[in-house]
Design a protein around this ligand. Structure first.
Ligand code: ADP
Length: 360
């Protein structure tokens, strides 16, 4: 088991810096997900932890030992990649046994570990098969089997589910989580998929352009995003935003949007600190918006109605921005119709438009 500490880690390729001073502590046994858009530096960070990429600066410790200069095999980490990279001519058993054999372990030593891993991963009936006779999910489980038999103190997963179809991805998500609950090892998991991050992580690290935007438990980040980037990255359909200027009115402060629409800010968390003239972005998640026929709400003309089965997504525009409202109910409205939106004060988020920061 191993805690991992990254202190001021950065990475340069030639003159280009792609990871800018990452500070992150991962507890022993914790499942941490690095999430962010493609190119934000997740894989580079992970590969530096694995020892596959040189660390340009900063300090990495694994299990309390400085690891910057350790070779990958000295770090006691196992990595599972997006491409399973199984040996096509070797059976499932031999694929899993490949590492222990390379390390010249005796079969009596590794055979029980392979059998235990196969049982845990539901591969016991497939040990004699070649990879081509397996489904995508089974192949991914073999790749995990290879990682598990090393009994590493640290598991690294780099987008392991990206090549699987949607249904299998959901299933493997649960399996990896269950595996972690059994093994209680430290996991760093990289994905660009916010649903994977939300469902699997003990803690999520949201990255953007080589920096950490926010670290926290999934629902903490969802309920209280620190900035506009995190607010828009987590959640699907994503949070709705309306940019405007704070104005004083009869009933108190309001947000005046570009199209002339006014949203009263009464009761909105953090609105007491605002001054007229401030440029502010209001955010509301689609599931928190209430719709009705009332006159006092915000009018929105429906452009598109999307039934997903479990819920309905209504799309329109507010202040020139696309907005989405989700509802558990089957839609009784059609494109072209107007609905009235109510934005419950306690579910509103306010951000400073210039810096993108959440207003406390
Ligand atoms: P992510 O995993 O978040 O998609 P990466 O860590 O793969 O992002 O890449 C981060 C940035 O580093 C990207 O801009 C990418 O183009 C750049 N990069 C990655 N590998 C190299 C390399 N070997 N040489 C130069 N630039 C690289």
């Amino acid at each position: 088991m191993a805690a991992v500490q990254l202190s001021g880690i950065f990475k340069r390729y030639g003159d280009t810096q792609v990871v800018h001073g990452i500070d992150l502590h991962i507890d022993d046994g914790e499942f941490v997900v690095l999430v962010g858009p493609s190119g934000c530096g997740k894989s580079t960070l992970m590969r530096m932890v694995a020892g596959l990429e040189e660390i340009s600066g900063g300090e990495l410790t694994i299990g309390g030992t400085r690891a910057n200069a350790l070779a990958p095999q000295q770090r006691n980490v196992s990595m599972v990649f997006q491409s399973y990279a199984l040996y096509p001519h070797l059976s499932v058993y031999d694929n899993i046994a490949f590492g222990p054999r390379i390390r010249k372990e005796s079969a009596s030593n590794f055979k029980p570990r392979i059998e235990a891993a196969a049982k845990m991963l539901n591969l016991s009936g497939y040990l004699d098969r070649l990879p081509r006779a397996l489904s995508g999910g089974q192949r991914q489980r073999v790749a995990m089997g290879r990682a598990v038999v090393r009994e590493p103190s640290l598991f690294l997963f780099d987008e392991p589910l990206s090549n699987l179809d949607a249904k299998l991805r959901v299933q493997m998500r649960t399996e990896i989580k269950a595996l972690h609950q059994r093994l209680k090892n430290t996991v760093i998991y990289v994905t660009h998929d916010q649903i994977e991050a939300m469902t699997m992580a003990d803690r999520i690290v949201v990255m953007n352009a080589g920096r950490i935007e926010q670290i926290g438990r999934p629902l903490e980040l969802y309920d209280r995003p620190d900035n506009l980037f995190v607010a828009s990255f987590l959640g699907s359909p994503s949070m709705n935003f309306a940019e405007g200027e704070v104005v004083a009115g009869d009933g108190g402060l309001a947000l005046l949007l570009a199209d002339g629409l006014r949203i009263a800010l009464t009761g909105t968390p953090a609105s007491q600190t605002l001054q007229p003239g401030a440029k502010v972005t209001l955010g509301v998640r689609p599931e928190h918006i209430e719709t009705g026929a009332a006159q006092d709400g915000m009018p929105m003309t429906i452009d598109v109605v999307e039934p997903t089965g479990a819920e309905t997504h209504l799309y329109g525009k507010i202040g020139g921005n696309p907005w989405c409202v989700t509802s558990r109910e089957r839609a009784s409205v059609e494109p072209g119709q107007r609905v009235s939106l109510r934005l419950p004060a306690e579910h509103r988020h306010l951000f400073d438009t210039g810096s993108g920061r959440r207003l406390a």
